[in-house]
Write a protein that binds this ligand. Structure first.
Ligand code: DX5
Ligand code: ZN
Length: 220
């Protein structure tokens, strides 16, 4: 099985977004990962709905929107209208997570739940059957270019077990510090989707970097 690759547009050249999106269209990327930061849930501000719409206008790949914001319920419809195919909310930002997942599904989007590095996988046990994508944060959210947290590997093992035990169809997405060194191990442990920002956009040939990540194969 080959992994899905979701380059994070956060690491792109924002002054040339159209050409960056076109580059991703011409690559083997499976999704465009769109990082939304509000300066409250995370200590950084990225961009919001109008920029997501602008990306969507040129995108030929589905948008995987990662909401690093408080009170995400208020903005689900707006991001869906802006083109989100997958909407991921943070476990830590959702006091009524089950309701939020229902709301995302009602909008016709896939529902993702992102979990911070300190959040135990087990906290998803009662909703795992309702989740399409679990986004395991392998850095503390807020910034691109951070160092991968090694504890992520064992979290993937526990998440895989949970998914199997509850007959869930959830895919495992890894977000933060992904590169050619850790990608094979992540895929081997059970990651389905790899988000990569700086590793892709800071490389000399992003199209090749995406193809190289995509070509990493597991045995089955
Ligand atoms: C971190 C974001 C990530 C980030 C990944 O808060 O959620 O998607 O852009 O960037 P890299 O691959 O540079 O760690
Ligand atoms: Zn992200």
């Amino acid at each position: 099985m080959y992994p899905s690759i979701a380059p994070s547009i956060l690491a792109a050249d924002f002054a040339n977004l159209q050409s960056e999106v076109k580059m991703l269209n011409n690559s083997k990327a499976d999704f465009i990962h769109v990082d939304i930061m509000d300066g409250v849930f995370v200590p950084n501000i990225s961009f919001g709905i109008p920029v997501t719409e602008a990306i969507y206008k040129h995108a030929q790949k589905p948008l995987d929107v990662h909401l690093m914001i408080v009170e995400p319920d208020k903005y689900l419809e707006a991001f869906r209208k802006a083109g989100a195919e997958v909407i991921s909310v943070h476990y830590e930002a959702c006091p009524h997570l089950h309701r939020t997942l229902q709301a995302i599904h009602l909008l016709g989007a896939k529902a993702g739940v992102a979990i911070n590095p300190h959040t135990p996988i087990e906290l998803l046990s009662e909703v795992i059957a309702d989740i399409d994508v679990v986004c395991v944060m392998s850095v503390n959210p807020g910034f691109g270019g951070q160092k991968f947290i090694e504890n992520t590997y064992s979290k993937i093992d526990r998440l895989k077990e949970l998914i199997l035990s509850k007959n869930s169809k959830a895919q495992i997405e890894i977000d933060g510090g992904v590169n050619a060194q850790n990608a094979p191990k992540l895929i081997e442990r059970g990651a389905d989707i790899l988000v990569a920002g700086s590793f892709v956009f800071n490389s000399d040939d992003p199209i090749k970097t995406i193809a190289d990540l995509k070509s990493i194969r597991t045995k089955d």
